[in-house]
Design a protein around this ligand. Structure first.
Ligand SMILES: Nc1ncnc2c1ncn2[C@@H]1O[C@H](COP(=O)(O)OP(=O)(O)O)[C@@H](O)[C@H]1O
Ligand SMILES: [Mg+2]
Length: 281
């Protein structure tokens, strides 16, 4: 679906995106994770044919992005950070207009508005929309022509928890239909939940690329923390693969004296900091 080989790109005379290579398969949700300024949006713009002066190979649906023709967009849905709606038109008018630009028949606008909780506000002008409503409308616009590839740049930013959930469920529904999805986020929880694989991006470079599960398991031993009563409350931590040889823990289990016991593993955020030395904000 997507092949990137030795991609280099710069806005100025200084190199920015450096030597990136990766592939994305059909039906995959692929995440770009990184702090602000890392190059995530630049990468999405290159992949959607908006920045053609790159070096290297970047192919989407077998088409080299810098040489794409107009019909390239028949199968790509784009939801980038800024609202691209006509403010003076209503949401419904906007969606009718944008769907008329594609050769393909549009999905049901009514159905999409309903699903994203915007049906009641469909005839309001977009200028009256809140940030979260605009984010949902922009997302609907990306889905309109039922594209095989969705490029979503921070789609859930500014959403309340209910709408965040709604949008994530819609993203998973598209995946279930076999769609390929590129997702930029700095929300590690969303990435862990949604993405089949993620690329950690810092300073225009990929620092790691794997499934969230493998990244989490690759580093940091899993541990067990347990509490018991002995001259006040005591707490101890031991490695998960050493519990059978932890004499104190064995004795506490034998005597039924444990107050609590739980295992824990690092989060994707911990791993990101571990690998890149950077926090994700
Ligand atoms: N049109 C542009 N001209 C020059 N520099 C740009 C341009 N657009 C973005 N940049 C630079 O690229 C970097 C941000 O890249 P971006 O891909 O937006 O990062 P992210 O999406 O990870 O926050 C910033 O350092 C910014 O100054
Ligand atoms: Mg960005």
């Amino acid at each position: 679906m997507i092949t990137v080989n030795n991609l280099n790109y710069s806005y100025t005379d200084k190199p920015f995106i450096r030597d990136m290579s990766f592939r994305v398969s059909r039906g995959e949700i692929f995440g770009f994770l990184g702090p602000s300024g890392a190059g995530k949006s630049t990468l999405q713009k290159i992949l959607t044919g908006m920045l053609p002066d790159y070096q290297g190979q970047v192919q989407v649906h077998g088409v080299e992005c810098k040489k794409h023709k107009k019909d390239f967009y028949e199968n790509i849905g784009v939801d980038f950070e800024f609202s691209t709606m006509y403010e003076k038109l209503t949401a419904r008018e906007n969606l009718n207009f944008f769907s008329s630009l594609y050769k393909k028949k549009s999905k049901s606008i009514e159905g999409l508005l309903e699903k994203m909780g915007l049906a009641q506000d469909a005839d309001k002008r977009v200028s009256e929309y809140s940030k979260g409503m605009k984010a949902r409308l922009n997302f609907i616009k990306a889905l309109l022509h039922d594209p095989a590839l969705l490029c979503l740049d921070e789609p859930t930013s500014g959403l309340d928890p209910t709408n965040n959930r709604l949008m994530k469920d819609m993203i998973l529904e598209e995946k279930a239909k076999g769609k390929t999805i590129l997702l930029t986020t700095h929300n590690m929880q969303d990435a862990t939940e949604l993405c089949d694989r993620v690329a950690f991006i810092v300073g225009g470079q990929i620092m790691a690329l794997d499934s969230p599960h493998n990244l989490i398991m690759s580093r940091g031993a899993r541990t067990v923390t347990y509490r018991w009563q002995e001259n006040g409350e005591q707490t101890a931590v031991c490695a998960l693969d050493e519990i059978s040889t932890d004499q104190r823990l064995q004795m506490l289990i034998h005597d039924n004296r444990l107050l609590s016991i739980h295992s824990s593993e690092p989060t994707l955020n911990d791993i990101f900091m571990d690998i890149t030395g950077r926090a994700l904000v």
